[in-house]
Write a protein that binds this ligand. Structure first.
Ligand code: NZQ
Ligand code: ZN
Length: 385
């Protein structure tokens, strides 16, 4: 186990009926005016918007709105929201939505105080020094953004999908009410599950490990597999939703990274190029394609861990081969309706060079192996069909 420091300042407020508490939390913190940020309308259809508004009014909190944050969010929208936040002198950001809304909110919160272009934080030219306080109502569990300091945004001019991290953008309060997710389409549940499973796997295959964290990892992934199957049949099974939601938060709030060297993250780099080139591709769908391909490429380096994965998570018995484990993981992805090849995502073979060029902007990456340009290309080739 590697040495570590663990500090997560986010207050996680979890459970039925918690959305209505948002106004009280803001009031307690002395906030009188917020920028309310949301996506393309799901919160109006499922009643979350109305609950938020009522709670803000009851607690005397003013709001200005920016809506229309799209999945795989873009920098130009972040710029627009920063201008609105400045013009109206808001004191905090309230993000209501999935990872795309929350990640945009983090960039807005940090960009509010920065005179340059906040993209500088994504390319390592600016180390965030200050941010507006961020409050979150999460309506889609997947990314873990509700309890971490990362934000992922695509620069719509350059097609670069990069992330930034800062201790200043951890949400102050994150409300997760599993009932708000009953309205999620089945494919988003599937992509959310695969994203969270992938977060745990990025750490599980890290070179440094601890038995305790391995067991926590295995518990989180098993829970995600079991609850996904229940939710797909019974979208309003509260216990399954609640366990699913908590598992996704724990997958990327720092817990699963304890004692590691920081995780591998190659599959995430490879995926971000996919959803940067085609923003219609959900992050979880891209991961379903690329993570197993990375496993195939590095299987000799992680063979023991793959066998543990097969036995302790997938319930495989007897002589278990790493190849079989990868096949079984892919079969489960297929069973729940996820794509498992680049071809299924609509890419042509000729796109591999474009994907390689985009991913290569961040290369080399990874800890299991150092992934360079030639490796990137080979992994995409494995992922193709
Ligand atoms: O825009 P609306 O109308 O809200 O619809 C959204 C969107 O179309 C819909 N949705 C959300 N909650 C809903 C709902 N529909 C019905 N009922 C609800 N309760 O779901 C769609 C997808 O939303 P999005 O926010 O894009 O999904 P997700 O939470 O998976 O976020 C994905 C983004 O997060 C990044 C990804 O790369 C991607 O850009 N990531 C962020 C990370 C982080 N900050 O730590 C880590 C991840 O690895 C990831 O890279
Ligand atoms: Zn992810």
């Amino acid at each position: 186990m590697e040495n570590f420091v663990f500090h997560n300042p986010t207050k996680l407020v979890f459970g039925k009926g918690m959305v209505e508490k948002i106004g009280e939390y803001l009031k307690k913190d002395g906030i009188k005016k917020v920028l309310l940020l949301y996506g393309s309308g799901s919160i109006k259809k499922n009643g979350v918007y109305e609950k938020v508004l009522r709670s803000l009014i009851e607690n005397g909190i003013e709001k200005v709105e920016v809506s229309g944050i799209r999945p795989n969010p873009v920098l130009s929208k972040v710029h627009e929201a920063i201008s609105v936040a400045r013009e109206h002198h808001v004191e905090a950001i309230l993000a209501v939505g999935g990872g795309s809304v929350v990640d945009s909110a983090k960039a807005v919160a940090a960009g509010f105080y920065y005179e340059g272009d906040i993209w500088d934080a994504f390319i390592g030219k600016y180390n965030v020094k200050k941010a507006l306080p961020l409050y979150v109502i999460l309506t889609m569990s997947a990314t873990g953004t509700e309890m971490n300091g990362n934000g992922v945004v695509t620069n719509d001019k350059t097609q670069e999908k990069f992330y930034f991290s800062s201790k200043h953008v951890y949400p102050v309060v994150s409300i997760v009410d599993p009932t708000t997710q009953y309205s999620l389409p089945a494919n988003q549940v599937v992509y959310g599950a695969i994203d969270a499973i992938s977060h745990v796997m990025e750490y599980y295959f890290d070179v440094a490990r601890s038995d305790l964290i391995d067991r926590i990892d295995e518990g989180i992934i098993k829970t995600l597999i079991e609850t996904t199957e229940i939710i797909l049949k019974e979208p309003e099974d509260y216990e399954a939703r609640a366990n699913f939601c908590l598992a996704t938060t724990l997958a990327l709030n720092g817990l699963t990274g304890l004692g590691t060297t920081g995780g591998d993250w190659s599959s995430h780099e490879l995926e971000h190029a996919i959803s940067a080139l085609n923003p219609e591709v959900a992050h979880g769908a891209g991961l379903a394609v690329v993570f197993p391909a990375w496993m195939v490429y590095v299987k000799n380096k992680i063979s023991d861990k793959l066998v543990s994965f097969g036995k302790n998570i997938l319930g495989m018995n007897g002589e278990v081969s790493p190849e079989e484990v990868i096949r079984n993981l892919k079969s489960w992805y297929k069973k729940i309706g996820a794509p498992i090849t680049l071809k299924e995502l609509g890419f042509e073979k000729s796109d591999i060079d474009k994907l390689t060029a985009i991913a290569n902007k961040h290369a080399p990456f990874g800890t299991v192996i150092e992934v360079k340009e030639e490796d990137i290309k080979k992994i995409y080739e494995i992922a193709y069909e």
